[in-house]
Write a protein that binds this ligand. Structure first.
Ligand code: C5P
Length: 230
C-alpha cells in the first residue's frame, strides 16, 4: 500500500542515496540491499512516512538512476527524487533545494538506518519545533574506547562518559541547514558537523537501538530479527 504524507505537516526529510553503492544494477547496492525481501531505502521511507509531521520526502539518487529510483519508490510513498551531487554533502544540498519554501523543519536521514522508528523522527522534529536550531539522536557509548597507534600499541584510554554515538535523522531549522551548506568548504559526512562549524548549538535527544546503521552482515541479521519480531 502506498504511504501517505501529511500535507499540513511542517517537516521535510532528505535521504541522500546517491552514492555509487545505490546503483540499481548488479553489484553491491547499499541503500538497495534487501532486508526481508525489500530494499533498505524502501523500509526507511515507509517508516519516515509514518511520522505524522512529515509533509515532504526528497531522495537524492545517482544522476543516471533518477528515473529508476522514481519508479521503484512510486508505489511506496509520494516522494520527490532528485539527482544527487558529487559527494554526500552536495546530494543533501540538491535535495534541500527541492524542499518547498514554506517547510520550516528539515531532517536528514541515512537509508542504511532502515528500521528507524517513526517516534524517533517525531522526537527529533519536535525538538526543533520547540526551539532547537539543530538536533541529533544519540546513544551512550558502551564499549571502553582506546586510542591505538599504527603499530597496534595502545596510546591511551578515552574517558567515555561524555562520548555519544550519533544516529540519524538529524534535524535542523531549515535556514540553519541552508546557511551551513552555503558556507561549507570541505565536504563532511555529518550535517550536524556542518552547522557546528557555524557555531550553532547542536542539541542531543535519546536515539534508538532500532535506528542501527545496517552496514555489516551482523547488522543485517539483527535487522532481519527486529523486522520479524516487531
Ligand atoms: O559513500 P558513503 O558511505 O560516504 O555515503 C554515505 C551516504 O551518502 C550514502 O547514503 C550515500 O548514498 C550518500 N551519498 C550521496 N551522494 C554521493 C555520495 C554518497 O547521496 N555523491
Amino acid at each position: 500500500m502506498t504511504a501517505q504524507l501529511n500535507p499540513r505537516g511542517d517537516v521535510a526529510v532528505l535521504v541522500p542515496a546517491a552514492g555509487s553503492g545505490t546503483r540499481l544494477g548488479p553489484g553491491a547496492p547499499k541503500a538497495l540491499r534487501l532486508l526481508g525481501g525489500e530494499p533498505l531505502l524502501v523500509h526507511a521511507l515507509r517508516r519516515i512516512c509514518q511520522a505524522p509531521s512529515v509533509a515532504v520526502v526528497v531522495v537524492a539518487a545517482p544522476p543516471d538512476e533518477v528515473a529508476g529510483v522514481r519508479a521503484l519508490l512510486a508505489p511506496v510513498a509520494p516522494v520527490t527524487v532528485v539527482a544527487g551531487g558529487a559527494h554526500r554533502q552536495a546530494s543533501v544540498a540538491a535535495a534541500l533545494a527541492a524542499v518547498p519554501p514554506d517547510v520550516p523543519i528539515v531532517l536528514v536521514h541515512d537509508a542504511a538506518r532502515a528500521l528507524v522508528p517513526p517516534d524517533l523522527v517525531e522526537s527529533v522534529a519536535s525538538a526543533v519545533r520547540a526551539g532547537a536550531d539543530a538536533v541529533i539522536p544519540v546513544l551512550p557509548v558502551v564499549d571502553t574506547i582506546k586510542e591505538v597507534g599504527p603499530d597496534d600499541a595502545v596510546r591511551g584510554t578515552v574517558d567515555r562518559a561524555p562520548l555519544r554515538a550519533v544516529q540519524t535523522p538529524q534535524g535542523f531549522r531549515r535556514q540553519i541547514l541552508a546557511a551551513a551548506h552555503a558556507a561549507a568548504v570541505d565536504p563532511l559526512t555529518d550535517d550536524a558537523g556542518l552547522v557546528e562549524k557555524q557555531g550553532v548549538r547542536v542539541t542531543c535527544v535519546p536515539g534508538s537501538d532500532h535506528a542501527l546503521k545496517i552496514t555489516r552482515p551482523f547488522d543485517l541479521l539483527l535487522a532481519e530479527h527486529l523486522l520479524a519480531t516487531e
